[in-house]
Design a protein around this ligand. Structure first.
Ligand SMILES: Nc1ncnc2c1ncn2[C@@H]1O[C@H](COP(=O)(O)OP(=O)(O)OP(=O)(O)O)[C@@H](O)[C@H]1O
Ligand SMILES: [Mg+2]
Length: 361
């Protein structure tokens, strides 16, 4: 039998006064030592999920379990859980060491033990040299790391992080993502992080929970979520995805043949559902899985190029299929120059071996 998950949310709903749905029958298992990210648009229930796990919010129905034990009624301080809030909430009148040691001062530890653990936590986040500094003397990234040190010093089983990097500039943010991931591997602590940045979620997580309107749309490792999104919502939330209305033509083994207008497509059915002949389904096609050429050939369909956007290594073509359906294509930028201009007709085809998901609503 599989061991109990570290944390389990079992049919957790949270209805706020006025009937506002925060969470709607959420089932979620969080494994020991994993880096789990909650991802979704504003108001989808990410913070509410963290607050329910931390005990700051009690569910309207459902249970929170820790290693199989029902902790739904347990107060926040009695849970082996710590939270890093979005605004860090550091104490401005205390120095770095006092901020980090604050949680420890509530426990029965000698001064020497406290000082040792504060030192270790600051070492961990690379701020040993700032131990006596005032909070006001620190940069945004350093304050962020003090908040992290303050949370890990108490050695929680679960560390909850609500948009911990949102206040940082892009460069520092990327650096902190790497540090956060490294810290998590070193500590072996379970991290549950909230973000609405899909790039951040993809780069840092063991698994991602995609939420929408208080419900979970899909839980999967980053690559699975990117390659095999289960729903239209997930497909359009993670990276760029063309959602092409396509007619089912027939199957070749486990490949399903479709056509989006004149464009032949091959799709895989995650659910095993086989559409009836002529049925229309939404097929997800990544821009990098479409090829554009100047000449028509078997398996290509004409599109009119409406704009070309510079993306560095690639150029992104925005175009229209003959029925006017928009389609986005990422074309490599060749040294000898790119062959399309706005208004041109390009002939596009599906890259061989591309895995296009057949999506449900
Ligand atoms: N204390 C509250 N009282 C009433 N409604 C609330 C309360 N807290 C959250 N909500 C509502 O519950 C829903 C989920 O809120 P939540 O804060 O969990 O969203 P979120 O995913 O964290 O969004 P964001 O990305 O904007 O932080 C929203 O519709 C929100 O307005
Ligand atoms: Mg929030």
């Amino acid at each position: 039998m599989a061991p109990d998950p570290l944390v389990r949310l079992q049919a957790v709903s949270k209805i706020f006064p006025g009937g506002i749905v925060g969470l709607d029958a959420v089932d979620l298992d969080i494994a020991r030592g994993e880096f789990l990210t909650l991802l979704g648009p504003s108001g989808c229930g990410k913070t509410t999920s963290l607050r329910v796990i931390a005990g700051f919010e009690s569910p309207s129905s459902g249970e929170v379990l820790l290693e199989g034990r029902d902790i739904t009624a347990l107060r926040p301080f009695d849970r082996p859980v710590n939270t890093v809030f979005q605004d860090y909430a550091l104490f401005p009148h205390m120095n770095v060491a006092e901020n980090v040691g604050f949680g420890l001062s509530l426990r029965r530890l000698t001064r020497a033990e406290q000082a040792k653990r504060v030192g270790e936590a600051l070492d961990m986040v690379g701020l040993a040299d700032k131990i006596g500094a005032r909070v006001s003397e620190l940069s945004g990234g350093q304050r962020q790391r003090v908040a992290l040190a303050r949370a890990i010093v108490c050695e929680p089983r679960v560390l909850l992080l609500d948009e911990p990097l949102s206040a940082l500039d892009a460069h520092l943010r990327e650096q902190m993502q790497v540090e956060l991931k490294r810290l998590q591997s070193r500590l072996g602590t379970t991290f549950v992080m909230v973000t609405h940045d899909q790039t951040e979620a993809l780069s840092i997580s063991d698994r991602i929970v995609v939420m929408n309107k208080g419900r979970i749309e899909q839980i999967a490792p980053p690559a699975t979520l990117y390659d095999r999104p289960a729903t239209k919502f997930v497909a359009s939330f993670i990276g760029t995805m063309n959602l092409l209305q396509s007619r089912f033509l027939g199957r070749d083994g486990d490949r399903l043949r479709f056509a989006a207008g004149a464009l032949p497509l091959e799709a895989v059915s995650e659910t095993g559902e086989l559409p009836g002949e002529g049925a229309v389904r939404t097929i997800g096609v990544r821009p990098e899985d479409l090829l554009a050429t100047t000449e028509a050939a078997a398996g290509t369909a004409p599109v009119r190029v409406t704009s070309i956007v510079f993306h560095g290594r690639t150029l992104r073509l925005h175009a229209e299929l003959e029925q006017g359906a928009p389609v986005v294509i990422d074309a490599p930028r060749r040294a000898e120059g790119f062959q399309f201009s706005v208004g041109d007709v390009a002939h596009i085809s599906l890259r061989r071996g591309a895995n296009c998901p057949m999506l449900s609503n």
